[in-house]
Design a protein around this ligand. Structure first.
Ligand SMILES: Cc1cc2nc3c(=O)[nH]c(=O)nc-3n(C[C@H](O)[C@H](O)[C@H](O)COP(=O)(O)OP(=O)(O)OC[C@H]3O[C@@H](n4cnc5c(N)ncnc54)[C@H](O)[C@@H]3O)c2cc1C
Length: 334
């Protein structure tokens, strides 16, 4: 395969017909930087109808072009139509890379269309780098239980397909380009070939306590926690600081806290002003999900790897330290 025949980087714009998913905006901002280095154009691909005000958000991310696709099969997400759509578009336009948000839907169709057009797909990168020598994108992610950072490339095939977890990159729009090339495509997918049927649909109730991605203060509890009863003091600390409780994977495995509260590579990416981690060793799989302005770690082991990441390191028993913090905050409030 001659890689030079493949040009420009695409971002799939996921939406629900009303708003664009934040991961698509984050990806547009990050992939803009890669395109500035490689000389490629940044192209957003939108299937189905969305309000123009939402398309404006994409335009503001510095895209060079938009491929807007209409036709049958895109009213609601389904594996078959979206797989076919990207397989067809990639064969026609030959992009160098396609970035897809690592949502439930994105993780479903991205590897499928990549396999269909016989290229590679890498999932859940926490960093993407353009290598000017090879012209490949390096998808970097924790591997081997977080002991190493793996650099994954798709060196001989194109396009390079990658899914990126929501919250990995920041949404900082670079501004609108004077000229944006907007192309319209019509691709009809036969509705009878969609193998899933929607019988009913119920919106999950919004629980603000579970929305840790947008919390300013996170009290994160790790496997050092003795048992569920000990959790109450961490809840109290979170309340006093106006923050939310989160956890590492073992606490979800122990069925103490919900998966929605798990921070890290296979959980939620958080960007709080303050993160306090109690009884957490500091595995890369966890800390890859933390982008905090101030990072405080509490661990009884002075050699715990988490102290490599913290601004303030407290060596001590997690429950005792938490109680001291609660007392100090209450004393300050009096
Ligand atoms: C593909 C993959 C994806 C993963 N994704 C995630 C993810 O998204 N999020 C995630 O969290 N993990 C993830 N993991 C798991 C991850 O590798 C670690 O196993 C996990 O983060 C460890 O959690 P922990 O630090 O709470 O527990 P441990 O590593 O067991 O650490 C517990 C810490 O508590 C300290 N401690 C014990 N008692 C006390 C006490 N009384 N006072 C103070 N300190 C105490 C100990 O010294 C120790 O450092 C993933 C793993 C894989 C393979």
């Amino acid at each position: 395969m001659d890689k030079t025949n493949y040009k420009h980087m695409w971002v799939y714009v996921e939406h629900d017909g009303t708003v664009v998913h934040p991961v698509s905006l984050e990806l547009c901002c990050e992939v803009r930087k890669l395109c500035d280095q490689s000389g490629d154009k940044l192209i957003a691909v939108i299937a189905g109808e969305i309000p123009n005000t939402e398309v404006d958000k994409i335009r503001d991310c510095g895209v060079d072009g938009i491929i807007d696709v209409s036709g049958t099969g895109y009213e609601r997400y389904n594996t078959e139509a979206y797989t076919n759509l990207f397989a067809e578009l990639c064969v026609k336009y030959k992009p160098s890379a396609v970035f897809v948000g690592g949502t439930t839907n994105g993780r479903d169709f991205a590897p499928r269309f990549a396999a269909r057009i016989e290229t590679g797909c890498t999932s859940d990168a926490t960093e993407v780098v353009y290598n000017p020598e090879t012209t490949d994108i390096e998808f970097i992610e924790p591997a081997s239980g977080g002991k190493i950072m793996a650099v994954i490339t798709i060196p001989t095939l194109r396009p390079q397909v990658g899914t990126i977890r929501p919250g990995t990159f920041k949404y900082i729009p670079k501004g609108r380009k004077a000229v944006i090339e907007e192309v319209h495509e019509t691709i009809d997918f036969p509705l009878e070939e969609i193998r899933t049927k929607l019988l009913s649909h119920e919106q999950a109730a919004y629980d603000p306590e579970m929305d840790i991605a947008n919390a300013e203060v996170i009290i994160c509890v790790g496997d050092g926690l003795s048992d569920e009863r000990a959790l109450s003091r961490y809840r109290e600390l979170a309340k006093l600081l106006g923050g939310k409780i989160a956890c590492t994977r073992p606490l979800y495995d122990r069925e103490i806290l919900s998966y929605k509260l798990q921070v890290g590579q296979s959980g939620v990416m958080i960007k709080p002003k303050l993160y306090i981690g109690f009884g957490i060793s500091g595995a890369v799989n966890h800390v890859a999900g933390v982008d905090a302005e101030k990072f405080i770690a509490v661990n009884k082991d002075p050699d715990a790897p988490i102290f490599h990441y913290s601004d303030y390191s407290i060596v001590g028993d997690m429950d005792e330290v938490c109680d001291v913090m609660i007392e100090a905050l209450k004393a300050k409030a009096v």
